[in-house]
Design a protein around this ligand. Sequence first.
Ligand code: 13P
Length: 251
Amino acid sequence: MLRQPLVAANWKMNGTLSENQGLISDIKSGLASDLSTEIVICPPYPYLPEIQRLLDGCGIQLGAQNVSEHESGAYTGEVSVSMLKDYGCTYVIVGHSERRNIYGESDHVVAEKFKMVVSCGMVPILCLGELLDEREAGITEEVVSRQLLEVINIAGIDSFENAVIAYEPVWAIGTGLTATPEQAEEVHAFIRLQLARHSDSIADRIKILYGGSVKADNAAELFSRADIDGGLIGGASLIATDFLTICQSTR
Ligand code: 13P
């Protein structure tokens, strides 16, 4: 199955109003007009309206980095799916390892968030990935399938119809230590196999992105693997030329 590649920028907690304007303008002007790759930019919450305005009509999609699992109400500091939708988000990252490990989001909460995003008609980018000690203990597959299964159990396999998965080994995030294309492909294929146990067609169609120190000089090799459909890019997405090279590397 030929899946349309996707490259998503996760800006994390970076940027300023004026830096963002320069970055978006450089990305827009450097983007090849015939690029068939889907591109998503996920800025911090406060910048969503501004980035929505800057991206208007250029074909790049807007995404958020997180969302509440609740619909509305007394949840100080939280942001709901309908608020994200109001500002033109079509994608929402859920279960990023920084949310899981720094803010203690459990598999269960991540699954509730995933379900909420789907119910609002947006596309969740579900992050899965093992810690360094889990990889060293040889339990990568166990960890990734536990994280995935919780979402399948809570949200149902059909909710993956319009979802994206990102495999992000935690030890490769922001460390410059990229998984080798072989290591990444092995886990991507494993994730697809787990999904196929529930639905062959979903397993076949779902995009699985790789994230973790994807750079301009290693993207093409990663993206050339059969089960790697694009990337979720942190640091390198803040540098227009690097991000553009990564986007072109999906060809
Ligand atoms: P880096 O590309 O900075 O390693 O971050 C990856 C990531 O966490 C994307 O969500």
